[in-house]
Design a protein around this ligand. Structure first.
Ligand SMILES: *Cc1c(COP(=O)(O)O)cnc(C)c1O
Length: 437
């Protein structure tokens, strides 16, 4: 214990930081054990405070798609650093970034940059309420919103909601400190249940301002939406005049260059972005239909602002990342490695006699201790969490850092070459054997 710097730092951290961490999943509460304190990172690897190297499959929970400390990203940031850290006035670089986003995501006609996914989702929601209210109800305002169990849209009050007691009743707070009056306006439905969505619109359609969804869910492990689910959602939103907001904070530039919406061929009214567009720095965005975006201040009545929005260093990092992911064949290579990883692990898990499977989309993957790939929140909750926890630690011991929870997705970067992936699969083979009793 005395020589374990991670343990020492964790004990020290808990004196001054609640739980010792600045974001709860980092605390290893779900899997148990001591969080690793990271001291540096390079390519597909990071090193903890003991100097132990790990193959990194969280990639800062998504942003590090080109690998850690990519030389072109570092150089772009260094050049920006020398020109100043923040101005509180507009820059050419943020115009370029907006143009790049609008070019890459066709449903986004205008976009505003913010600093976190939480902020972007919260702002998109306010905008949707403002716009839907102005447009359809002569200023009376629609205020109901629909979200789905297992989807995460950051920690704004209206979105920290769990389902109410009855089907199609409005939600209850899922966090202390959130007034019930706020979550009363949020309807929480089951993911991948188009019939429930139909019923909800039949009952409340004229009051619904916005449906927000992760078009491929990545915050209950990885769960793909069925095409029917998303197409039903699009049709109902159009029919009733509600805003369809895709939260692509995780999937944007991660599952494909055009995000999940390009895979499903659906045009949402608003899109929320984050993670990859910052490349590891605090950049997020929300954008979509121009007529909707023009409700934002200073043009319209929906207020939204940010001292560090479009920060020049963060934008330099994000732009360098967006350039790298547009290189010829980037997503083909990324998908190939992610699939190689998931297929290799699945073969190894099955060979050990375990009910194990995986799924991958672009550079994002899910692994499940279950006989079949889950398609609903309930099926995710049914996977074998204890087995996952043992697997997680067996992998960590072997220098592979997976998401420290059975309910999170994993991430591969362009720096994860076949040799790195094969080393991971070899570690998994040993880990499965260890836990297969
Ligand atoms: C990570 C995430 C968020 C929140 O982003 P932060 O930058 O952590 O605030 C919102 N929505 C989705 C889908 C996410 O994955």
């Amino acid at each position: 214990m005395s020589g374990d710097r991670n343990q020492q730092l964790f004990e020290r951290a808990q004196q001054t930081i609640p739980g010792g961490v600045n974001s709860p999943v980092r605390a290893f509460r779900s899997v148990g054990g001591t969080p690793r304190f990271i001291s540096r990172a390079q390519g597909p690897y990071f090193w903890d405070a003991n100097g132990k190297r790990y193959i990194d499959y969280i990639g800062s929970w998504g942003p590090m798609i080109v690998g850690h400390t990519h030389p072109q990203v570092v150089a772009a940031m260094q050049a920006a650093l020398e020109r100043g850290l923040s101005y509180g006035a507009p820059t050419e670089a943020e115009v370029e970034m907006a143009e790049e986003i609008v070019r890459l995501v066709p449903s986004i006609e205008q976009v505003r940059l913010v600093s976190s996914g939480t902020e972007a989702a919260m702002s998109a929601l306010r905008l949707a309420r403002g716009a839907a209210g102005f447009k359809e109800n002569g200023g009376k305002g629609r205020c109901k919103i629909v979200k789905f169990e297992g989807c995460y849209h950051g920690h704004a009050d209206s979105l920290l909601v769990k389902a109410g007691s009855g089907l199609l009743t409005f939600g209850n707070p899922s966090s202390a400190g959130v007034p019930a009056e706020i979550t009363q306006h949020t309807l929480v439905l089951d993911y991948n249940d188009p019939q429930q969505l139909e019923d909800a619109f039949k009952a409340h359609g004229d009051d619904i301002a916005c449906v927000m969804v992760e078009p491929i869910a990545g915050n209950m492990n990885l769960v793909r939406a069925t095409p029917e689910f998303l197409h039903t959602m699009r049709r109902l939103c159009t029919q009733y005049g509600a805003i369809l907001a895709f939260d692509e904070v995780m999937t944007g530039f991660r599952v494909a260059l055009g995000g999940a919406q390009s895979i499903y061929g659906i045009r949402p009214d608003l899109t929320v972005l984050g993670k990859v567009i910052g490349g590891g720095m605090p950049v997020a965005a929300f954008g979509g239909r121009k007529d909707v975006m023009q409700h934002l201040a200073p043009l319209g009545g929906v207020y939204q602002a940010g001292t560090l929005s479009g920060n020049p260093i963060a934008v330099a990092c994000g732009m360098a990342t967006l350039r790298l992911i547009q290189q010829e064949g980037f997503y083909d290579r990324l998908s190939a490695q992610t699939t190689r990883l998931v297929d290799g692990m699945t073969v190894a898990g099955r060979a050990a006699g375990l009910a194990f499977c995986g799924d991958a989309v672009g550079g994002m993957f899910g692994i499940y201790f279950a006989p079949q790939v889950p398609g609903t929140y309930a099926q995710i909750m049914d996977t074998d969490k204890n087995r996952f926890n043992r697997f997680f630690h067996a992998m960590l011991d072997r220098g592979v850092y997976l998401a420290p929870s059975a309910y999170e997705a994993g991430f591969v970067s362009a720096a994860h070459d076949p040799a790195v992936v094969d080393a991971t699969v070899a570690a998994a083979r040993e880990a499965f054997a260890q836990i297969a009793d």
